[in-house]
Write a protein that binds this ligand. Sequence first.
Ligand SMILES: Cc1cc2nc3c(=O)[nH]c(=O)nc-3n(C[C@H](O)[C@H](O)[C@H](O)COP(=O)(O)OP(=O)(O)OC[C@H]3O[C@@H](n4cnc5c(N)ncnc54)[C@H](O)[C@@H]3O)c2cc1C
Length: 452
Amino acid sequence: MRRTVGTRTVGILGGGIAGLTLAALLAGRGHAVTVYEQDRAGGKLRREQAGGLSFDTGPSLFTFPDVWRAVLARLHEPDPLDLRPLPGALGVHHTPHGPVPLPVPPSYALFPHWQRYVRAAEPLRAHLTTLLTTPPRLNDPAFLRASAALLRATGPHASAAAWLRARHLPPALEHALATHALNAGLSPADAPALYALIPALVGADVSRPAHGMGALLDALRGFGEARGLTIREGVGVRALSDTTLTLNGGEVRRHDLIVSAVDPARLARLRGQSVRPGPRTVSGVAVYAALPAPAPLPTTSVIPPDSFRDFRAALRAGALPHTTLTLVHADGPRLAVLLTAPPTGRPLSADHPWVRGQLRRAERTLNVPGLLASALDTVTLNPAHYARGGHPGGAIYGAALPAWRGGPLHPQPYRLTPDLWQVGTGVHPGGGLPAILGGALIVDRLLGEAGW
Ligand SMILES: Cc1cc2nc3c(=O)[nH]c(=O)nc-3n(C[C@H](O)[C@H](O)[C@H](O)COP(=O)(O)OP(=O)(O)OC[C@H]3O[C@@H](n4cnc5c(N)ncnc54)[C@H](O)[C@@H]3O)c2cc1C
């Protein structure tokens, strides 16, 4: 039975980017929407202070901006972000076989190989926004065309590693490209083949809002509040039964519709269900440092593990890999260093020997010894922090989905009951911003079709 569109109450669990995006979309259709956020709105994207500087944590690269433009179009809003291309795009990848900037510039010997790689991904480019924003349905011609393009581009290969091996690329380029499997939160042998194509599909179109990633949070908040959205920060949900929420502190709230924008394992616990532990995506240690002077570094540097095989074995065992994937973002006196870590929920601090060792490895590789020791102040977020608001082990993209569910072709469990739906990182494979913004658009459309 279709419901009558009109003012109905919607409760959204979690005020991360996914929750805020869907909240703005539903408030825009006249519903009375309340977001319950146990901490501060923004989730993994939050503002932290160190050494008198403000740092936007979490996402640092804004990719596939057409998905964001699709959100704006549905809200009938102009773009307030002022997206600026990031110098050096995906950055220099310091592989054991030599440095590789992505995209590879024409002056490099690797350029013809890069071009060959890009050609293999090219037919998919025009379909990517469709894959990210359309409910996967066999009766939708655009979805069918996009799926066919995806299957043609990825071929029979089961993983990103297998797809790359079949291209016979020089080892430095193959190693650099393989790091982008981590966009799925998985090592290359576990990530779907699509993730091997990410650098080709992103190309040089990597950007950041002129005033930092926090502008995305401000924009979504503003869109929601202009449509009457209520955001209750510091109000956690303790339990959920049908459409009744029990909040920390004991208050009980009933809504017509509930949308969860928290990790599915957290949601299960709120519903009193047991959760089977299974494979997880990676967690991380993020060090945000206020430096006395701008670092002599390019905007983005990527230091992959020396061996993806050892890296994978360690992560699978929940052990600390001998060498890990490290991303370094330099922005004037702000430095962000992101280490990939196993999703064990451990409180790895900046002076933990493994963290110190990986930070020294990064400084050595980038030829900036002692850079972090010179910092005026640092803030460190670790798997224990990510576990507080996200997946219980701090897995940044939640549980590792099996290969047949890990790409955009499989319908995700958006609708758990007629009155309980879900969006967010753990629901959409490869849960970076494009996937969660696209996922919010998909759920908004499906809810609209269901009469909400
Ligand atoms: C270090 C790092 C680097 C990243 N880099 C990039 C990047 O460069 N590009 C990119 O696109 N993506 C990147 N990502 C991924 C991106 O940040 C996330 O995919 C996105 O922010 C997740 O948003 P979300 O709303 O799904 O989840 P979250 O941000 O986890 O939001 C969930 C919210 O729910 C709240 N919550 C949980 N339980 C309850 C409860 N019981 N009651 C009430 N509230 C609750 C939490 O407090 C939290 O605010 C990065 C992530 C990290 C951590």
